[in-house]
Ligand binder design. Structure first.
Ligand code: BG6
Length: 469
């Protein structure tokens, strides 16, 4: 639909930026922090760094928060590392870890920046992984206790909470990217783990509402609308199946407290349905999110499967490169879309479609907690960083947010990935996303100094104007 005039961004729109704890902080064993599954990883793709130092935000926190203030952020979305708060995942609380996030949150509030806190972003405590990870129902209780600690400590300062980052990506690609619960637990079905995470999420949402009635909480999956390759009815059905399996399974449980019927049928048919214990349905049904947060990078495109055994799966998928599944859907490239340097398609209009689909299904306010362009940024001899390609990407996506707002979608804010350069989930630090450049290479830590990219000044002006120029 076209409009004579677009609706402006509302007053108080949360212009923000995002990071996650393990990808930005470093200080992986500082001040009593315990190891998480990402800290103990050793199988990094050739030439890419681990997470021990990352952007060293742990030791640059005041400088970074000052830069976020200068950027003019209204919100900063970050994650708390479970192992900083509870080093073994389920035991004593680490006072120094608690203090670090008070310092961060207080610094943000002093700059007028709303903290948006993710409780868990891929960094399961290694001690819990050694006891069965998400396959063990005890992990649900450990998560609930950890969440209660967060609410008791930070509940008076933080209004916006996110439960679990990209649970759907952990289930679909977690083993490949080693972000679910480590190599130890590969024998257990990812959908049983998923069921336990859904229970952990529901328990945390309900507990937050009891402990901090003014707080607002939402799930934070990666939602990418799936197009059919063509209007051939079989392609449309395949896209509908992949939408149910990739997207709606997670949001239906989070919002309605019940499994999506098509996704559930898929799980039963494939022998993947989780064991649901008495009382689980009531736990899922009792929790109600206040909003939906979602990460969006690009849409996907699906075609009808050729037939059991005939589909050649695409090798090496990730969050944005789907692999297809024999008998369910074939993953195909969308010929109308360009790709970034890492093979991820770029689809700003699909962003608007994704907003509309989510809003029509769930009627809850939407907060974008990730969207951005990974690229190999170059520093010019005078120290400037001309990332005009990133500005272009962000501009095109922000335009589509305004179209979605004009469509009547309630959008709370936009937190692109990432506030500052950080280490990618599987492609190192050279795949940069930040408004702020961090001077380090994969192996060479260099100065770890910070510089403002061109996108920093562009986003600063946009936030000030509350509008695209
Ligand atoms: C999302 C994750 O999948 O995409 C982030 O929530 C991640 O943790 C981001 O960094 C970009 O992906 P990548 O693989 O380039 O780091």
């Amino acid at each position: 639909m076209q409009y004579a005039e677009l609706t402006p961004f509302p007053e108080g729109f949360l212009w923000g930026a995002s990071t996650s704890g393990y990808q930005v902080e470093g200080g992986w064993d500082a001040d009593g922090k315990g190891p998480s599954i990402v800290d103990v990883r050793t199988d990094f793709p050739h030439g890419t760094t681990d997470y021990r130092v990352a952007a060293d935000h742990y030791h640059h926190v005041d400088e970074d928060v000052a830069l976020f203030g200068e950027l003019g952020l209204k919100a900063y979305r970050f994650s708390i590392q479970w192992t900083r708060i509870v080093p073994d995942g389920d035991g004593a609380v680490n006072a120094a870890g608690v203090a670090f996030y008070h310092r961060l949150i207080d610094g943000l509030l002093a700059q007028g920046i709303e903290p948006v806190v993710t409780m868990y972003h891929f960094d399961l405590p290694q001690a819990l992984a050694e006891r069965g990870g998400w396959g063990n129902r005890a992990t649900i209780d450990a998560f609930a206790r950890y969440a209660e600690t967060l609410f008791a400590e930070y509940g008076s300062k933080v209004t916006y909470w996110l439960t679990i980052n990209e649970q759907n990506m952990m289930v679909l690609y977690g083993q490949m990217l080693d972000i679910l619960d480590g190599p130890l637990n590969r024998g257990v079905s990812a959908y049983q783990k998923n069921h336990h995470m859904l229970l952990a999420q529901a328990t945390a949402m309900a507990r937050l509402h009891e402990m901090v009635p003014t707080a607002k909480v939402g799930p934070a999956p990666n939602i990418a609308y799936v197009y059919p390759e063509s209007c051939r009815p079989e392609d449309v059905l395949a896209a509908s199946d992949f939408n149910a399996i990739r997207n709606w399974l997670y949001l239906d449980v989070a919002v309605h407290g019940r499994y999506n019927p098509i996704a559930w049928r898929y799980l039963v048919e494939r022998g993947l349905a989780p064991v649901v214990e008495p009382g689980d349905d009531a736990i899922l049904a009792a929790a109600k999110p206040d909003f939906i947060a979602f990460n969006y990078y690009a849409t996907h495109t699906a075609a009808a499967p050729l037939g059991e055994g005939d589909d050649a799966p695409i090798e090496g998928g990730d969050q944005q490169i789907s692999m297809g599944e024999a008998g369910v859907y074939r993953a195909v490239a969308n010929p109308h879309l360009a790709k970034n340097a890492f093979g991820w398609e770029i689809d700003p209009v699909g962003f608007r479609t994704t907003f509309r689909e989510i809003y029509e299904r769930y009627h809850l306010p939407l907060l974008v907690t990730e969207n951005g362009l990974g690229a190999f940024d170059e520093v010019a001899p005078d120290g400037t960083i001309h990332d005009d390609y990133r500005i272009e990407y962000l501009r095109a996506h922000i335009e589509q947010i305004q179209w979605a707002i004009s469509d009547g979608v309630e959008v709370m804010g936009y937190c692109p990935w990432s506030a500052i350069d950080l280490v990618s989930t599987h492609q190192g630090i050279s795949k940069r996303y930040g408004f702020v450049y961090v001077d380090r290479g994969e192996d060479d830590l260099r100065t770890l100094g910070r510089s403002r990219k061109d996108s920093f000044f562009w986003y600063q002006a946009l936030i000030k104007a509350n509008a695209l120029a």
